[in-house]
Design a protein around this ligand. Structure first.
Ligand code: FDA
Length: 527
């Protein structure tokens, strides 16, 4: 029946309008091509979701983590393909290429600009939701993890086998491995061990010609590019082999909240001079947001000083008292737990049961806009005051800035070791996020975050003003949606994400995908 439906569809020509011009699009040909290659009708129904399929919307929405891109006017894919095996991925590439569809690859769906599931030109989504195996080998301290798995599934897979190994990746447990590792991946083990991408030792990738490559067969240049140079630019990464890292069986986490009336500005000012120099075992961050003041009906701004120490509380307290007495850290601010529980603590979840890490919808989803900065010089006290005061504005009701200390291992890794260049000399990275519930008012909130970003210009890194590729920001510049994008045009955003590594990324792209099949608003273009 399904085959019949598809073959009828293959005779259809979908007429669509793009930029005022009307053109014919061979939608049916794409489906025909794919269904012929998959051939088995019961498999086809598990792999191809067209807009007529009753499950289409639920499959599309399942991993959308920014509802700003889930409105009725958001462009939708012609089909969502959920491959069950490698040959389905190869076929999707082949048929998209031959029938003029752009391909968007989705693993965990956390792309903050929706790039993995939205495009302005006819497109299909390749959703790796069925590629989520995690195989942990504690003897060799490695794991093979498929791209559609979440960081939480990897963390859980490790912790269910051992308490003394971990993996240095992001805080949020619902992030997909595919996007996260291909863009870098920084989290609470970052000062001790560096990025998630620093620990990738092999991959399985399907390139634009449908070839299945590993580290050896792709060569060191392409292997360099996909570890931080961005997903959806060089191919579909199906799986990653990662090196695990030692963690102690007990770690200590803490939170000390200070608001404007409790000297938050002064303590934050001091933190900037200390946090990047603390022992590598101690990660600290400051989370800034609007909160209720102790005065009824009033609001204030809170700086939440949060940390994770790879050791016990009795070692941590004297260390902080010596290095950062202004924080006033006390035993009651601290909790000892396992490394894997610390992920839940930072994610704002109960630390038991740990299997909540397997729940992909444990975190609320909203509409949001994010921007990032890397800061190399401490901000002045008045600078911090102005920044904090912006959170008193109405649009900042659901805004947060997560400021994470760098230094440690990040200082030791060369800027060109991987495409991700933000290493030595960075004091901290700031992720600014604003959220809203009423889509009709999105503009107000987006303009607030743009003002916050303009305000920070004098304090952030300069020439270029560095930005973190894993929190894409299309305000920084985009490629042409169709046609050629020059190196100069792409450099506007490319140098901010990759600094001097951008040139090398362009050269690799030119070699491995000269026809620019894998493309999006901020994919590295070929020359
Ligand atoms: P998604 O599936 O949307 O993909 C993101 C990009 O990668 C897209 O361009 C996509 O096409 C491409 N891609 C995905 N899978 C691919 C594959 N298999 N092969 C090739 N390309 C692929 N970052 C961080 O460093 N530390 C953190 O703590 C957090 N925390 C965090 C929390 C929340 C709530 C959000 C929304 C985001 C973060 N991030 C983060 C940023 C996160 O690392 C970034 O958004 C990742 O790209 C998400 O990867 P997903 O696979 O989930 O996204």
């Amino acid at each position: 029946m399904k085959v019949l439906q598809l073959s009828v569809l293959s005779f259809l020509i979908v007429i669509l309008s793009l930029n005022g011009a009307t053109l014919a699009h061979p939608y049916g040909d794409f489906l025909h091509c794919l269904s012929l290659r998959i051939s088995n009708s019961s498999t086809i129904s598990k792999v191809i979701y067209t807009q007529n399929n009753p499950s289409y919307s639920s499959v599309l929405n399942a991993s959308i983590h920014n509802t700003r891109f889930a409105t009725p006017t958001t462009p939708k894919p012609y089909a969502i393909i959920t491959p069950l095996k490698t040959s389905h991925v190869q076929s999707t590439i082949y048929c998209s290429k031959n029938h003029g569809f752009q391909l968007r690859i989705r693993s965990g769906g956390h792309d903050v600009e929706g790039v993995s599931y939205v495009s302005q030109v006819p497109f299909v989504v390749l959703d790796l939701v069925n590629f989520r195996d995690v195989k942990v080998d504690t003897k060799n301290e490695v794991a093979w993890v498929q791209s559609g798995a979440t960081t939480g599934e990897l963390y859980y897979g490790i912790a269910s086998k051992t308490q003394t190994l971990g993996f240095p990746a992001g805080i949020c447990h619902t992030i997909g491995i595919g996007g996260h590792l291909s863009g870098g991946g920084f989290g609470i083990l970052g000062r001790k061990y560096g990025l998630a991408a620093d620990h990738v030792i092999d991959v399985k990738l399907v390139d634009a010609n449908g070839r299945v490559l590993n580290r050896k067969s792709m060569g060191e240049e392409l292997f360099w590019a996909i570890r931080g140079g961005g997903g959806n630019t060089f191919g579909v990464v199906l799986a990653w082999k990662v090196k695990l890292v030692p963690v102690p069986p007990v770690v200590t986490v803490f939170t000390v909240n200070k608001n404007l009336e409790q000297n938050a500005t002064k303590i934050f000012h001091r933190w900037q001079y200390i946090a990047h120099k603390l022992p590598n075992e101690l990660f600290t961050a400051v989370w800034v947001m609007k909160v209720n003041s102790s005065q009824v009906g009033k609001k204030t701004v809170q700086a939440g000083f949060r940390g994770m120490f790879l050791g016990g509380v009795d070692e941590l307290i004297p260390l902080i008292q010596h290095e950062f007495p202004e924080l006033g850290l006390a035993k009651e601010n601290c909790t000892q737990m396992s490394w894997v529980q610390s992920i839940l603590y930072f994610g704002g979840l109960p630390i038991q049961p740990v299997n909540i890490l397997l729940n992909r919808s444990a975190l609320p989803v909203s509409s949001l806009k994010a921007k990032t900065d890397f800061v190399r010089e401490p901000m002045s006290e008045t600078g911090i005051e102005g920044f904090m005061n912006m959170f008193l504005e109405e649009e900042a009701d659901f805004a947060i800035t997560m400021i994470e200390a760098f230094g440690g291992r990040m200082d030791e890794i060369r800027e060109n070791e991987l495409p991700y260049p933000h290493r030595a000399g960075i004091l901290f990275e700031s992720t600014y996020i604003v959220q809203w519930t009423n889509e009709a008012e999105a503009g107000r909130y987006i303009s607030w975050i743009r003002r916050l970003y303009s305000y920070m210009a004098s304090y952030a890194s300069k020439s270029p003003r560095e930005a973190y590729y894993n929190y894409k920001d299309l305000d920084l510049g985009t490629n042409n949606i169709v046609g050629y994008t020059s190196y100069e045009q792409a450099s506007v955003w490319g140098l901010k994400y990759f600094k001097n590594n951008f040139k090398r990324l362009v050269q690799i792209k030119t070699k491995v995908d000269p026809m620019n099949f894998f493309r999006n608003e901020q994919s590295t273009p070929p020359l």
